[in-house]
Structure formats: structure tokens, C-alpha cells
Design a binder for this molecule. Structure first.
Ligand code: T4K
Length: 369
């Protein structure tokens, strides 16, 4: 029995990277905005079709930089149904997270729930495009505008997703992408902040280099958020492959949909109208009529070497650092709790073999109860 994990990083052949590594070795420029950083930043901006983009170390640092660059103070409304980094970034930026409930279909922040938790201290909304599927961007934009709030998207899962022909990452004041090993597009570790306006990009570029203006001046409390030359060189090689990789993911997604169609108690996520998805994750909802709990199903799959994951359980709002703070969760979060109890993310990655996938489907269709 071999193990099948929820994901497996896509990599170019090692030989494809060697000329870039030789260039780095001979120049000895390893970091601080070298040629690969600048080439990759320009190529990625073009590839995604966005106005401005700054590479960074990872999406957690990217979110911290994004929030800091806007000079925010006070409360930031976000989703509890996310990876803990979303909320940790809010805290590291010196802001207070406030959770609002999610929509039962999209599993993304519900704009009406957001409105209910706005206070005079609210300064921003930080929605998450969970599993790479678009939030209700129009309604969130309307809420942000009506209340004078900044809108920063956690687009960690949403590399390459397009909505109505436009990069999903171009919505909001800022959007943050992750290039972690487990993502659709990886640079080992990495990320990018997409900005609407050039002046904000220059603030981010300064802050990600400690706030350094020149040898004598430092402006703002920056940090080290730079992408190094190795990651940028890898990013350039990965860009050439990512469309094909998303195509392979689409085929795996389609096979799951066909294979799991009509299984009682299993609900699959809808595909959004107008969205060109990246198939980053394949979440299924294990309902009460499945005949086996979500956790029992996860354990049964694991006994067969299949490591499906409970993204995102427990809810961030239930973690020790957040659960006893009434300001952080002013309203009950029933929809998010139900999702955290039911969702299981199945393995999906470009080279998931057809026989392995058939085995996963078979285990989900049979053997329950
Ligand atoms: N916002 C959201 C909504 C996020 O989901 C994330 C990260 C962030 C922000 C922050 O982004 P970064 O700062 O990371 O750029 C993983 C990732 O570590 C994390 O990046 C990701 N979200 C989260 C959803 O998942 P784990 O705990 O699942 O990682 P791990 O190590 O268990 O990996 C899962 C499986 O992937 C492994 O069983 C095997 C495979 N794998 C993993 C790694 C790291 C490999 O085959 N190779 C590898 O190098 O957190």
C-alpha cells in the first residue's frame, strides 16, 4: 500500500532550472531584489493580467505587509473558516480580528453577516477565496464602499482563477497569493501582493525590505518579506507549466464529479458561473445521511493510505487564542461550524494517477455504514 497525500507539489525537471542556478551561482546575487526577482515579478504581473504586484516570502508575510501598508487601526472582519495564518496575520499587524459567518453554498464570508458585525472601530474586511472559489466580490465591494472600509482579499488558494474574464486577484484594494509547496503554483515558499495602485505597491516594496529608503533613511516598521533569487528562478520555470497543471487538475476534478455523482449524503461544491477555477482543492461535505461521520470516513481512508484533510477544522474562532474573546466573535457562527464538521478535502494534484483516484472514489462509494 502506498500513501496518497492531499497534495503533491508540481516541479519542473531539475535540468530546466540548472541554467538559472548557474547564473545565480556565478553572480552571487542571492537576494535583495536581484534580476530573477525582477524578471519573475514582471512575468507574473503579465501572466495574471493585474495592474501591480509585489513578490514576497510567503502569503502570511504578504497579508501582514498588505494590512500594514494601508495604515490600518482597529478591527478587521474575516472568515473563521480559513487556515489560521489569515487571522494570525491580522494579529501580527496589530489589528483585532472579528469573525463573521460564511455562506452555506460558497463557504466564503457572507456579506450580510459582515454588515452585522461592523462597528465604529472596523477598518477593513479580509475575506478568503476559500479553496480558490470567488467570494461574492460585488456585494463585499458594496459593503466596503458603503462603510468606508478597505478590502484585502486572502487569495492564497486562488492563483490563476479568473472571474468574468478578469483575474480574481485584481479585486479589492489588495489581494495576497500563496506560492507554498501545497499550492497550485509553488516556488517552494513564496507569495505575492496584488495592488490596484502604484503608490501602494511602492509602500509594500519599501516595507518588505525593512522600510529602507536609502542608506540614511528607514520609513515605517518594515520586515524582511523579500523573495530570494532561487524562489524567483523557480517561479519563472513554474510559470511555463502552470496552465498545463491546472488542465490536469480539471480532469481529476471532473473524474471525481462523475465518480461521486449521486452518492447519498455526499455533497460536492458547485462550480461558479463566470469563474475559471484552478481546482486547487476538492472538498466534499459529508452529511448526516452518508452513513458514516466525516471523521470516521477520514480514518477509514487513512487506513488505506489515503490522507484526506479536514481543511478547516477546528474553526480558527475555536482555537485557544480566539475563543474566549467576545469582541472577536460577536455573533454565533452556525454555518461555519457545520462546514468545519462536514468538509473533507480529497487528494488532488496534477499527477494523481487514474487507478489511485478510482480507488479513492470506490472507497467513498462503498464500505460506509
Ligand atoms: N491563507 C490561507 C487561506 C491559507 O490556506 C494559507 C496557507 C495561508 C494564508 C498562508 O500561506 P503561506 O504563508 O503558507 O504562503 C498547509 C500549508 O502549509 C499552508 O501553506 C496552507 N495554507 C494550508 C492550507 O495547508 P498543512 O498543515 O496542511 O501542511 P502539510 O505539511 O501537512 O502538507 C499537506 C500535504 O502536502 C502533506 O501531507 C504532503 C504534501 N506536501 C507538503 C509539503 C509542505 C508535500 O508533498 N511536499 C511538501 O513540501 O498546511
Amino acid at each position: 500500500m502506498h500513501n496518497i497525500y492531499v497534495t503533491r507539489p508540481e516541479l519542473p525537471p531539475l535540468e530546466a532550472l540548472l541554467p538559472s542556478l548557474e547564473e545565480i551561482w556565478s553572480s552571487r546575487v542571492l537576494s535583495n531584489g536581484g534580476v530573477f526577482h525582477d524578471r519573475f515579478e514582471a512575468a507574473l504581473t503579465r501572466h495574471l493580467g493585474v495592474a501591480h504586484l509585489s513578490l514576497c516570502t510567503n502569503a502570511t508575510i504578504g497579508l501582514m505587509l498588505a494590512l500594514r501598508s494601508l495604515g490600518l487601526r482597529g478591527e478587521v472582519i474575516t472568515s473563521p473558516f480559513t487556515f489560521v495564518a489569515t487571522v494570525q496575520a491580522i494579529e501580527w499587524a496589530g489589528l483585532t480580528p472579528v469573525f463573521a459567518d460564511i455562506d452555506p453554498v460558497t463557504l466564503n464570508l457572507d456579506p450580510r453577516a459582515v454588515e452585522r458585525v461592523i462597528t465604529p472601530d472596523t477598518c477593513a474586511i479580509l475575506p478568503v477565496h476559500c479553496y480558490g472559489h470567488a467570494c461574492d466580490v460585488d456585494a463585499l465591494e458594496a459593503v466596503a464602499q458603503a462603510h468606508g472600509l478597505k478590502l484585502v482579499y486572502d487569495a492564497a488558494h486562488a492563483f490563476g482563477v479568473r472571474l468574468r474574464g478578469r483575474a480574481l486577484a485584481s479585486w479589492g484594494d489588495l489581494s495576497v497569493l500563496s506560492f507554498h509547496a501545497t499550492k497550485v503554483f509553488n516556488t517552494f515558499e513564496g507569495g505575492a501582493i496584488v495592488a490596484r495602485d502604484a503608490p501602494i505597491k511602492s509602500v509594500i516594496d519599501r516595507l518588505k525590505n525593512f522600510g529602507i529608503v536609502d542608506e540614511n533613511h528607514v520609513e515605517g516598521v518594515g520586515l524582511n518579506g523579500k523573495m530570494n533569487e532561487f524562489c524567483a528562478a523557480l517561479g519563472l520555470a513554474q510559470l511555463e507549466r502552470v496552465e498545463a497543471a491546472i488542465g490536469q487538475r480539471a480532469r481529476i476534478d471532473a473524474r471525481y464529479r462523475e465518480g461521486l455523482d449521486g452518492v447519498p449524503g455526499l455533497r460536492l461544491q458547485h462550480l461558479w458561473p463566470g469563474e475559471e477555477p484552478n481546482h486547487a482543492y476538492f472538498p466534499v461535505r459529508v452529511g448526516p445521511d452518508y452513513g458514516e461521520s466525516r471523521d470516521a470516513l477520514q480514518a477509514r481512508l487513512k487506513a488505506h493510505g489515503i490522507h484526506a484533510r479536514r481543511y478547516f477544522c477546528p474553526l480558527v474562532s475555536d482555537l485557544a487564542d480566539f475563543r474566549d474573546r467576545p469582541q472577536v466573535a460577536p455573533q454565533p457562527l452556525p454555518v461555519a461550524h457545520e462546514a468545519a464538521d462536514q468538509v473533507l478535502c480529497l487528494p488532488i494534484y496534477p499527477d494523481l494517477g487514474a487507478a489511485d483516484q478510482a480507488r479513492i472514489i470506490d472507497l467513498l462509494r462503498h464500505g460506509r455504514g
